[in-house]
Design a protein around this ligand. Structure first.
Ligand SMILES: [Fe+2]
Length: 341
């Protein structure tokens, strides 16, 4: 290869103008764009303002030497190839430089054809390394994208399961969708990030999937539940977290696991309290309770919106996080509900 495909910039760092000129002439003829620097300081300035593919670095220079400059170049420009230029008597130093990251060394007086060959092979090696890295990054992105797709498919399947579960029960039909709408409205009011909103959406849609393990007769019992029956129903939070765990992240799992926790710590078998309860679980608690209260249940008829709002206000600070309740009441959705109440 006589001429490089893409014009690479070579920076020649040497205090001797004659040497710089000689190398520059040879390498320009080979198709490289040449820049020159006669001190370490000037070299760093050139490196800052140019996209340099390769540096020819003189070991012996007045002021900062090539040996001192090499680690600085390697640290700031790890993708730039470095060839050390040295007198025959300094070969051991040149070898030391290679151990510190230089790609090659050339002996003075230069054989210009050898210089051109060394530059070409160092730049080809650099190109190859850049291509491998680009390929690896691309591959990582592809794998991450496919993992996201697979997770989405699994979550979609669990979502279908939730809807199927709800559909066969007239008391819960549409519950998860409505809860999701309320939870997202609150999340939006709180200014959650896009990622947190996505987690909130999945956690809300899937929060009751654990009800698959709950006895339908107990769930639909028209009368008051015994302590054992209540404890049985409440296993759905743990079961649901276990179902989604293999296909989603810790935030969604935690949200489902803690969605019946009380802010003051008085919930059933509760292990975390107050702001230690995941934020998304605290949002879900308000959204879930509001929809449950305004829906028909086997043991009671639906509360009016006003009654449900009053109940949420009454339980603020005990069952519900005051910040979340305040955010809920600020939303346009709550305003619409309040005008209906
Ligand atoms: Fe629940």
């Amino acid at each position: 290869m006589d001429t490089p495909n893409q014009q690479e910039t070579v920076l020649i760092i040497d205090d001797e103008a004659v040497i710089r000129k000689l190398l520059c002439q040879k390498l320009s003829r080979k198709g490289y764009k040449c820049e020159e620097a006669d001190t370490a300081e000037q070299a760093l300035n050139k490196l800052r303002s140019n996209q340099v593919g390769l540096v020819i670095l003189d070991i012996k220079m007045p002021g900062k030497s090539g040996i001192e400059l090499l680690p600085e170049i390697k640290a700031a420009y790890p993708d730039t190839a470095v060839i050390m230029a040295t007198a025959v008597t300094e070969i051991s130093i040149a070898i030391q430089c290679i151990q510190q990251g230089a790609d090659d060394y050339l002996c003075k007086p230069f054989n210009l054809d050898e210089v051109a060959l060394s530059v070409q092979s160092a730049l080809e090696k650099r190109q190859l390394q850049l291509k491998i890295r680009e390929y690896q990054q691309h591959l990582e992105e592809k794998v991450a994208e496919q993992t996201r797709e697979i997770r989405k498919l699994f979550l979609g399947a669990i979502e279908a399961l939730v809807f199927a579960l709800e559909a066969k029960d007239k008391y819960t039909a549409g519950h998860s969708r409505r809860v999701t709408e309320i939870a997202l409205t609150i999340g939006n009011e709180l200014g959650l990030s896009e990622t947190d909103m996505e987690d909130l959406r999945w956690g809300s849609l899937l929060h009751d999937v654990g009800k698959i393990a709950v006895d339908q007769l107990i769930q639909n019992k028209p009368g008051r539940l015994t302590r054992e029956e209540y404890e049985h129903i409440m296993i759905h939070a743990q079961v649901g977290a276990g179902i989604v765990r293999p296909v989603t992240n810790g935030k969604v799992v935690g949200m489902i696991e803690h969605h019946h926790d009380h802010y003051d710590g008085t919930g059933l078998h509760q292990v975390v309290v107050g702001n230690n309860i995941p934020l998304a679980a605290r949002i879900l608690a308000v959204a879930d309770a509001f929809d449950a209260m305004t829906s028909e249940r086997p043991y009671r008829s639906a509360m009016s919106i006003k009654e449900a709002i009053d109940e949420i206000k009454r339980c603020t600070g005990t069952q519900f996080d005051p910040t979340i309740v305040a955010a809920f009441f600020k939303t346009a959705l709550a305003e619409t509900l309040l005008t209906k109440a």
